[in-house]
Write a protein that binds this ligand. Structure first.
Ligand code: ADP
Ligand code: MG
Length: 663
């Protein structure tokens, strides 16, 4: 091993001194460096390390002491031994100063080459020792640092390990899931506290037990293989599987398990977490049931809705149909029909019949506010019919005027209803002009017939009193005396004849209808003589049984004809000796006029036809009597009913009791 060269610094302002030193110290081992001033010496010291510095004391500029002081003041160069080279003539305190600034030695000029070389050798040896020691110490330092770092790392690893263990234990302890570890043979190694609550085992109970104990086994485990719920661990690893677990009590429950394998050197350990999912399953089942129930509810609601929609559809269809029907009826009705707005009375629509009967065109009527139809009551009062929406009429007898000014008879009905939210009034006018004309003609014809029929009876009735009066007068002529009682009798007979003639004549007269408040009994009383005359002619009897009745609005002429027609039919149906009874009375708020005979009665088929104009079973009959009675009754708001059997027939005419509201 070749020794490294060591640096030796020589400082002297005299070059010959430097040369002398070089000559003495020249060696393979030394690297001799010379400086000619203190300043240059300092510069070298900053750059290099030296084994020794040979320093001349007396120099211009920085002298040897000052240079030494500066070198010693610097940490890095403090250790370098300094040897002063001084002249022999210097005083001893001068040497002591040199020591005080850190000199190691003095060499006095002129120096002994051997002693100088051996001195320098000593310093070089020392320097080498110092260097070695320093290198060793540096090595030691780095080793120590490395050692300390390793130890710190180890400490932190130890701490981490402890922490990890503590955390793992804490996690296992507080976990709700059961966590067990078992070895590859299936023997349980550890369990966490959760097992007690979940399975009912104490941790100690399971020491030495196999993991299969905790699960319901579908297959018998083969000795070499660990099976959990019938499945091998390799199949269960690293995924969540649902199995059936068994408690200590034998009760089973559904569980989710997860198995992980951990390898330690040659050993293999399994970690298995078990979660009780019975509650979750229950909740899930409940949820499923709830969903099912909800679905059912929804379905039934849906079905109901469907039904409702169907029903609505049907209603809508019906509505459309009825609207179509209404339109058809409206368009094709023989009655005059109009729809007017309730708001302003303007005509919204009129039908064909309306146009045809009134003579006004549709354009003339539609959207007209004024009442183009001059409608008045048939009773003769000149009031306009109130066709406003708050008035509701049923077949009210009216008259209306056509565009040409013709007066026509009609029945008016009013009905208010709604069209698309607008309140409207439907006017239905049934034109009865032709019917009224026919009825009037019919009544007249019947009357004429009646008059003819009765002529014989009347003649007989009049001839009777005349015979009486004539007899008395003849008796007086023979005896010349007439007693007052005979005179009274004669007057009575003549009055009766007169009454019959008056009544008879009044029948023929075509009086206009005039309904006024009067007594029904009185009207019957007035016509009674004529009926009696007719009865006597055919040997029959008439009884009038009248009960007090309230006054009624009656057209006397029409009621007389009604009573006569019914009475004559009754008399005609009876044979000699029969009794015809005419009665008036009140029943159920109606005034009843009943005409009862003891005649042959009417068969049901005859009852159906009676009242049809010109229906008769008599050779000389007109078949108009009952028809006229029906029309008279209708005008009086009365109705007619027949009751008949083999012993006779009763006709009931029921008059509604008049109220102030009626006319
Ligand atoms: P006419 O008396 O001219 O035949 P009506 O109209 O008065 O006409 O009567 C029609 C028919 O009704 C009669 O022909 C008769 O057959 C029947 N009829 C009416 N009233 C009676 C009654 N009281 N008893 C039996 N039949 C009757
Ligand atoms: Mg008759």
């Amino acid at each position: 091993m070749t020794k490294q060269k060591v640096n030796i610094l020589m400082v002297d302002d005299h070059p010959e001194n430097i040369l002398a030193l070089e000559a003495v110290l020249a060696s393979e081992e030394y690297n001799l460096i010379s400086a000619d001033s203190g300043e240059q010496a300092l510069r070298y010291v900053l750059q290099e390390d030296f084994a020794v510095i040979l320093l001349d004391v007396q120099m211009p500029g920085l002298n040897g002491f000052e240079t030494a002081k500066l070198i010693k003041a610097r940490e890095k160069s403090r250790h370098i031994p300094i040897v002063f080279i001084t002249a022999i003539n210097h005083p001893p305190d001068y040497i002591s100063e040199g020591y005080s600034v850190g000199a190691i030695d003095y060499i006095v000029k002129p120096f002994q080459p051997n002693s100088l070389r051996s001195k320098v050798d000593q310093f070089v040896k020392l320097h080498r020792k110092y260097k070695e020691a320093k290198q060793d110490s540096q090595l030691l330092d780095t080793k120590t640092i490395e050692l300390e770092q390793t130890s710190a790392r180890l400490d932190s690893i130890k701490l981490d390990l402890r922490k990890t263990r503590a955390l793992a234990k804490l996690i296992a302890d507080i976990a709700l899931d059961t966590i067990i570890t078992f070895n590859s043979a299936g023997y349980i190694l550890t369990v966490n506290p959760a097992i007690e609550k979940m399975f009912g085992y104490k941790a100690a109970d399971l020491a030495g037990d196999r993991v299969e104990k905790l699960f319901l086994q579908s297959n018998q485990p083969r000795s070499s293989e660990v099976l959990i719920a019938g499945q091998s661990i390799s199949l269960l690893a690293d995924k969540i599987s649902e199995v059936i677990a068994v408690r200590k009590s034998g009760v089973t429950f559904p569980a989710d398990i997860q198995i992980r394998q951990a390898n330690f050197e040659n050993d293999c350990i399994y970690v298995c977490s078990i979660r009780d999912i019975s509650e979750r399953k229950l909740q899930y089942e409940n949820l499923e049931r709830l969903v099912e129930a909800r679905t059912l509810e929804l379905l039934s609601a849906n079905t109901k809705l469907q039904h409702e929609i169907e029903e609505r559809k049907i209603v809508a269809d019906n509505l459309r149909l009825s609207q179509e029907r209404f339109r058809k009826i409206f368009e094709s009705s023989p009655s005059l029909m109009a729809i007017a707005s309730c708001k302003d009375g303007r005509y919204i629509d009129v039908n064909e019949s309306w146009v045809a009967f009134t003579g006004y065109s549709r354009q003339e009527v539609l959207d007209q506010v004024e009442n183009k139809l001059n409608i008045t009551f048939v009773s003769g009062q000149p009031d306009l019919v109130d066709i406003s929406c708050n008035n509701s009429l049923r077949n009210a007898r009216i008259r209306y005027y056509t565009k040409a000014g013709q007066v026509r008879e009609a029945l008016l009905s009013l009905e208010s209803f709604e069209i698309s939210g607008e309140q409207c009034q439907l006017l239905v006018v049934t034109d009865i002009t032709e019917r009224v004309f026919l009825e009037n003609k019919m009544a007249r014809f019947d009357r004429m017939n009646l008059i003819g029929e009765m002529a014989a009876g009347i003649a007989h009735e009049i001839r009777n009193p005349m015979t009486t009066v004539r007899g008395f007068l003849q008796m007086t002529k023979q005896r010349g005396k007439l007693s007052p009682s005979h005179i009274d009798l004669m007057i009575e007979e003549l009055d009766r004849a007169n009454a019959i003639i008056t009544e008879y004549l009044s029948l023929a007269k075509d009086k206009p209808t005039d309904r006024r408040l009067q007594s029904l009994n009185q009207v019957v009383e007035n016509i009674l003589p004529l009926i009696q005359a007719e009865a006597i002619r055919s040997d029959k009897f008439v009884i009038f049984d009248s009960k007090p009745c309230p006054m009624l609005y009656l057209d006397e002429k029409e009621i007389r004809q009604l009573v006569l027609n019914l009475a004559l039919n009754g008399l005609e149906a009876m044979s000699t000796g029969g009794i015809l009874e005419i009665k008036t009375y009140i029943e159920n708020k109606t005034v009843i006029l009943a005409v009862q005979d003891q005649g042959i009665g009417m068969k049901p088929e005859l009852l159906d036809k009676v009242g049809t104009p010109f229906f008769t079973t008599k050779e000389q009959g007109t078949g108009l009597g009952v028809a006229v009675c029906y029309s008279v009754a209708a005008r009086h708001d009365a109705n007619i009913e027949y009751e008949s059997c083999e012993f006779g027939t009763t006709v009931f005419v029921r008059f509604r009791l008049s109220t102030d509201a009626d006319n």
